[in-house]
Design a protein around this ligand. Structure first.
Ligand SMILES: Nc1ncnc2c1ncn2[C@@H]1O[C@H](COP(=O)(O)OP(=O)(O)O)[C@@H](O)[C@H]1O
Ligand SMILES: [Mg+2]
Length: 254
């Protein structure tokens, strides 16, 4: 199947990626992982930032400290973490949220949570795993296993998903995979199971595995400019200002 970029701001493929259970984006350095991730977040910003059906919220984990910090002040962002301790706490928060949602589901007798989608977004997953694999691995594994029914999704970016970086117990839960350009056929096999990614251009095209469908080839991955993203972020933070003011007032009076 082939996707082309619609002229508008709203991108079809990104919306589809947002609907997946958990998503892995893999490719060589400079292959456009962060560009795709920013596009996905940009498209999520067309939704409300609250816990209502159709709402979208983020827990951002940013080991490089620069890629996702622009989204820190968004009303959609529940947690932003860039320091090692914070990253662990953010994952603990995601786990607690999932458990809370399961309790609510039990009360309401639901199988699927009836609120917002929460995305745990991790840029440069390998960095997180090299610094604190022991603490982080069980949390991510559990989230990947039980998150879906609670509408808690993981989106992670990594250079090469070898077993040392993404243990098989975690990888099996990622049935949606985007493979960008890789240096060689072996890396392509690690990502999408077959060779092919090494023949893709440096950036802008990808192979996409989605559950229950054949391997797709996606072309023309759009680049959302920093200005576009900043304008969208500013719109939302302006909307949220009165609420933040009220929250501050409330805290003062209590
Ligand atoms: N889809 C795209 N369209 C246009 N330029 C792109 C695209 N993807 C990547 N690039 C270019 O490649 C650079 C590196 O992309 P980036 O997402 O930072 O790579 P990675 O995170 O995989 O290391 C970007 O700064 C941009 O200039
Ligand atoms: Mg990057």
């Amino acid at each position: 199947m082939k996707w082309t970029t619609p002229a508008g701001k709203y991108n079809f493929w990104h919306t589809e990626l947002l609907e997946q259970k958990h998503l892995m984006i893999a490719g060589a350095a400079g292959s456009g992982k962060s560009v795709l991730l920013n596009g996905i977040i940009y498209n999520a910003l067309f939704s409300f930032p609250c816990d209502v059906p159709g709402g979208k919220q983020f827990i951002l984990i940013d080991p490089t400290r620069v890629e996702l910090c622009i989204y820190k002040k968004l009303p959609h962002t529940l947690r932003y973490a860039s320091e090692p301790v914070e990253m662990f706490q953010a994952l603990q928060y995601a786990m607690a949220l999932t458990e809370e949602r399961y309790k609510a589901m039990q009360r309401k007798r639901l199988r699927l949570y009836d609120g917002s989608d929460v995305y745990v977004i991790i840029d440069e997953f390998a960095d997180l795993m090299t610094t604190q694999a022991r603490r982080v691995k069980p949390l991510i594994q559990r989230l990947a296993q039980i998150g879906r029914a609670a509408r808690v999704h993981i989106i992670l970016c990594t250079q090469c998903p070898i077993a040392r970086v993404i243990p098989t117990e975690i990888k099996v839960n990622f049935d949606s995979i985007v493979g960008l350009h890789t240096a060689n056929a072996q890396q392509s096999r690690n990502i999408i199971g077959v060779k092919g990614c090494e023949l893709l251009p440096q950036y802008g095209e990808a192979y996409y595995i989605k559950p229950g469908a054949a391997l797709c080839h996606s072309r023309n991955i759009p680049l959302f400019t920093d200005e576009q993203i900043a304008a969208q972020v500013k719109w939302w933070t302006d909307q949220a200002k009165p609420f933040q003011f009220l929250r501050r007032m409330f805290k003062k009076t209590v």
